[in-house]
Write a protein that binds this ligand. Structure first.
Ligand code: SUG
Length: 426
C-alpha cells in the first residue's frame, strides 16, 4: 500500500514581510508589514493537525538557520555570526533581508519528487530545487539538500543536489510538477510545467531545461509531459503553477487559463490515463484565482477513498471561489469534503496550503526508511507546538531585522528545535 506523506515546512522564527518576490502579489502588497512568526508557525501546525485528524500521515521539514550567517560567510564576511550579521546590516541591507527570509517554509519549492513507480530504478527521487530566480530563495538550496538527505537517508530514496545555478536552469521544485495516476502506488504520468522568457513584467521562474533535467535525473518513464504556463496566468500573479492548478491521483483541478498548451495537454493526459477526471472552474477570473488561492488548496486522498480539499480562509471569503468549491462538491467526482484553514500569516507572503507542503508517495518499506524525527503524531505535534509557543518571536517589524536581539532569539529557537529533533522520539 502506497501512502502519500505531506511534509510541511515548519515556519521559521524570522518569518517576515520584506517584499522580496517580484511577481508574487501578496509578497509585494504586504512588504513592510509587521509579521508574527509565532502565529505563522502555529497556523502551519494547526494545518498539520487537520491533516492528521483526517487520518493522513504527516511529516515536517525544519527551517534552515536564519539569518543565514553561514551562507553570508561564503560571500566573504568574517567573524562570529553576530559580527557577520552586523557587518551585512551595515553594508548591504537587501542582502541581510534575503538572508533573513523564512521562505523555506514553502516546501513545495524544496524539490521535485518523482514517485518510485515512475522512475528508472524504482526509488523515490527528490531533485533539490535551486530556486535560482530569487536571491532570497536561492540561499535555501544547499541547506534544503542537506535536510532532505537527513530525512530521506535510506536506499529507497535518491536525493539529488540542486541543478547548477544559472538563469537558464531556474528550478522551483514540486510547485511546477504534477503527477497523475490511478492511485499513489500505480505508475503515473508526470507533468512538468515551465515558463519561458516572454518579455512579461514578471519573471518566469521555471526553465524547461530544469524540468527536463529533473525528469532525466530520475529516469522518468513513460516519457514525461512538459507544458508551458500561460503568460496571462503569470501576469495575473501565478508565479508558480500551483497557484492555478493542483493534481491528486486521477484528478486534475485547474483554471482553464493555467496552461498555454491546454488542449494538447488535456488530450495527451486523457489518452495516457483512462479514468482521468479534469475539473476546471467555470466562472472564476484569474484575479480571483490568485486572490483566493483556490488552486493552492491541498487535494488529498482520504483513507475512505474520497478526496478532500484543504482550502485557505481566503477561498471561503471570496464569493466566486466559494461558489466554485460548492459546485465541485456537488458534482460527480471524487472530491467530497472541504476543510478551511487559517494560514493568513503565510498567505500574506503568497504561500497557501499547497505551498507549505512537499508530497512524498511511499510504499511501506520506504516509509520505514524515513528518519522518524521528521514524522508527526499528535503527541509530537503537541511538543512542537509548545516549542514554538516558547521560543518563536511574537512580532517582527522591518526595522527588527537589523536588531542583534532578534538574531539571538532566532538562534535560540533553532537550537531548541534541534534538541527536539535529536531527543528520543515519543
Ligand atoms: O517564492 N514568497 C514565496 C512564496 C512561495 C509559494 N510557493 C508556492 N507557490 N509553491 C515566493 O515568492 C516572499 C518573501 C518575502 O517577500 O519576504 C516569498 O518568498
Amino acid at each position: 500500500m502506497t501512502l502519500e506523506i505531506n511534509f510541511d515546512g515548519l515556519i521559521g522564527p524570522t518569518h517576515n514581510y520584506a517584499g522580496l518576490s517580484l511577481g508574487n502579489i501578496a509578497s509585494h502588497s504586504n512588504a513592510g508589514a509587521v509579521s508574527s512568526p509565532r502565529a505563522a508557525a502555529l497556523q502551519g501546525l494547526t494545518k498539520m493537525r487537520t491533516l492528521l485528524d483526517l487520518g493522513l500521515t504527516q511529516g515536517f521539514l525544519p527551517p534552515p538557520p536564519r539569518p543565514a550567517a553561514h551562507v553570508l560567510r561564503r560571500l566573504g564576511f568574517k567573524g562570529s555570526d553576530q559580527a557577520v550579521l552586523a557587518q551585512v546590516a551595515d553594508e548591504d541591507l537587501d542582502l541581510l533581508r534575503a538572508a533573513s527570509s523564512a521562505s523555506s517554509m514553502w516546501t513545495a519549492n524544496a524539490a521535485t519528487v518523482l514517485a518510485a513507480p515512475d522512475t528508472a530504478d524504482g526509488r523515490v527521487h527528490l531533485v533539490t530545487a535551486n530556486l535560482g530566480t530569487m536571491i532570497h530563495r536561492s540561499l535555501e538550496a544547499d541547506d534544503t539538500y542537506a535536510t532532505l538527505r537527513r530525512v530521506f537517508s535510506g536506499e529507497a530514496f535518491a536525493v539529488h543536489a540542486p541543478l547548477p545555478f544559472a538563469a537558464h536552469l531556474g528550478d522551483e521544485g514540486a510547485a511546477n510538477h504534477m503527477r497523475l495516476a490511478a492511485n499513489h502506488g500505480a505508475r503515473g504520468v508526470n507533468v512538468f510545467v515551465h515558463g519561458a522568457p516572454r518579455g512579461g513584467r514578471f519573471p518566469e521562474r521555471q526553465a524547461l531545461r530544469a524540468s527536463q533535467a529533473a525528469a532525466r535525473l530520475a529516469g522518468v518513464q513513460p516519457a514525461a509531459l512538459f507544458a508551458m504556463q500561460s503568460a496571462e496566468a503569470i501576469k495575473a500573479g501565478a508565479f508558480h503553477n500551483d497557484v492555478v492548478a493542483v493534481a491528486n491521483a486521477n484528478v486534475l483541478l485547474a483554471h482553464p487559463q493555467a496552461f498555454a498548451t491546454r488542449p494538447d495537454l488535456l488530450a495527451e493526459l486523457s489518452a495516457r490515463l483512462p479514468g482521468l477526471v479534469v475539473i476546471e472552474t467555470r466562472d472564476l477570473s484569474l484575479e480571483d484565482a490568485v486572490a483566493s488561492y483556490l488552486f493552492n488548496s491541498q487535494l488529498v486522498s482520504l483513507p475512505d477513498g474520497d478526496m478532500a480539499l484543504i482550502v485557505p480562509v481566503e477561498a471561503r471569503d471570496n464569493a466566486a471561489a466559494w461558489r466554485e468549491i460548492q459546485t465541485i462538491l456537488a458534482a460527480d467526482n471524487p472530491v467530497t469534503k472541504v476543510k478551511v484553514v487559517d494560514l493568513r500569516q503565510s498567505m500574506s507572503n503568497g504561500g497557501g496550503p499547497a505551498c507549505l507542503r512537499l508530497r512524498v508517495p511511499v510504499a511501506a518499506a520506504a516509509r520505514d526508511q524515513i528518519n522518524p524525527a521528521f514524522l508527526l503524531d499528535h503527541a509530537r505535534l503537541d511538543r512542537l507546538t509548545r516549542l514554538v509557543e516558547t521560543w518563536w518571536p511574537r512580532a517582527i517589524a522591518p526595522s527588527d531585522l537589523t536588531d542583534p536581539a532578534l538574531w539571538e532569539a532566532a538562534m535560540v529557537a533553532h537550537a531548541a528545535l534541534e534538541t527536539f529533533l535529536t531527543a528520543p522520539t515519543v
